[in-house]
Structure formats: C-alpha cells, structure tokens
Design a protein around this ligand. Structure first.
Ligand code: DHB
Ligand code: MG
Length: 221
C-alpha cells in the first residue's frame, strides 16, 4: 500500500499545494546535506498546520523539534510579518541544518531557534512570557508527556496544541512494543484524557508518503 499512499500524496501535492521556492529550497538543501527526509512533515500536513494557524489568526508559535526547519517554514508562512516562532532543537547537527535553512529563507517573521533539551529551555523561559497561540510538538517522542505539561505553562485559553507521530504504524497498541518512544506516546494519551487544562482533544491516523502515522490535537481550556 505504501506506493499507493505516496502516489496519492503526490497527487494531492500537485493539485492543491502551491509551489513555494522557499519550501523547495529547504528540502533540497536537507537532501544535499545527506539528511533523511522522513523526519519532515509531508507537504499536505504542512499545509494543515498552516491552515490551523490562519483559521485562528495566531501570531506566536512554539515548535519543539526543528530538524530541517521545513515545518517551521510552513508555520512561518501562515503568520503575519510581525509573527514570532520559537523553535527548539536538541541535536546540534539538526539545529545547524535548521538554522542554515532559516537563514537562507530570509522570511520577515522573527524565527528564533534555540538549541538544547526542550524541557530545559522551556523551564528557563520567563514565566511572564506572552503565551503562545499555537504549539507544535514534534521532538523526541519519549518526552511528549513532559513537553505537553511544560507547554501548557506557556499557553492561554484557546491555544492549539498539535502533536506529531502519535500512531507509529500502530505500535502504540502493540503491547509487545515497550520502546521508550512508544511508552512516551501512550503516556501522552493518558495525560490528555480528562486533563483539567484541556477543552477537547483528539487524534487522527494518517497514511501517505510518510507511511502510517498520525497526529493528536488539543485546545486549551
Ligand atoms: C520520526 C520522527 C518524526 O518527528 C517524524 O515525523 C517521523 C519519524 C522518527 O524519529 O523516526
Ligand atoms: Mg514528526
């Protein structure tokens, strides 16, 4: 089925996703530098992120897990020129690539990349920092529960939290899979269930060029 899913993603991309030289350049530079592209979001998912931001007229975005900053570009494209993104990357090699792609893009929005463990960087943010309107959690899956709790400190009523890779080809319901990344995602579901700070939460499974995976989404109460 993978070939069909990829072909359909290519069809959707060729019909509905406008060609954007900055996004193309970002993917090309990532490939040229020898980084795998399976970590990046698919273009049609990038567009979904962009549309959620546009629908909610968000101005301040927090992203955990920059990698090549491809998703960061999609987030930035949705923002007004005075928009702000704080994007956090834990791996030095990924951060260097992400920063290079951000610099090359030359977008008007203020995109700040911080390198380090996301939990440490979040804990070090001033507690009176203006809340974020949209939060994209896409860093190491093992720490999703901690990231969700920490992100809630910097959210307001109505903030949207979007978490990537919460299906993992069904591994989340395979009891034999006890990898820390999978256990982290399971704990995230438990945490989202009846969380006092969340108004509503869901998850959707997706198939496409990135295989069988999915995302969760929550609105802050
Ligand atoms: C992986 C991480 C991601 O964020 C993603 O979108 C796909 C794969 C990974 O670590 O394998
Ligand atoms: Mg991801």
């Amino acid at each position: 089925m993978q070939q069909l899913w990829s072909d359909i993603d290519a069809y959707i991309e060729s019909t509905l996703i406008p060609e954007d030289p900055i996004l193309i350049q970002t993917l090309k530079n990532t490939e040229d530098k020898g980084f795998p592209d399976h970590l990046a979001v698919a273009a049609n998912q990038g567009m979904l992120l962009q549309m959620l931001i546009q629908m909610n007229q968000c101005k301040r975005v927090l992203e955990l897990g920059t990698f090549a900053a491809y998703s960061t570009m999609w987030l930035a494209r949705a923002l007004p020129e005075d928009g702000y993104i704080l994007t956090i990357e834990g791996r030095d090699t990924h951060a260097a690539l992400g920063q290079e792609n951000i610099d090359r893009a030359g977008l008007p929005q203020h995109i700040e990349l911080q390198v380090g463990r996301a939990a440490d960087i979040l804990k070090a943010l001033p507690t009176d920092v203006e809340p974020f309107d949209f939060i994209f959690i896409d860093a190491d899956k093992q720490n999703y529960p901690e990231y969700l709790e920490l992100c809630l400190k910097y959210a307001r009523s109505g903030t949207i939290i979007f978490l990537d890779n919460v299906i993992r080809a069904g591994d989340i319901i395979n009891p034999e899979n006890v990898k820390p990344s999978i256990e982290g995602i399971r704990e995230m579901y438990r945490l989202m269930q009846n969380h006092p700070r969340l108004l509503s939460s869901t998850a959707l499974q997706t198939v496409g060029s990135k295989g069988h995976d999915g995302f969760a989404m929550a609105i802050v109460k």
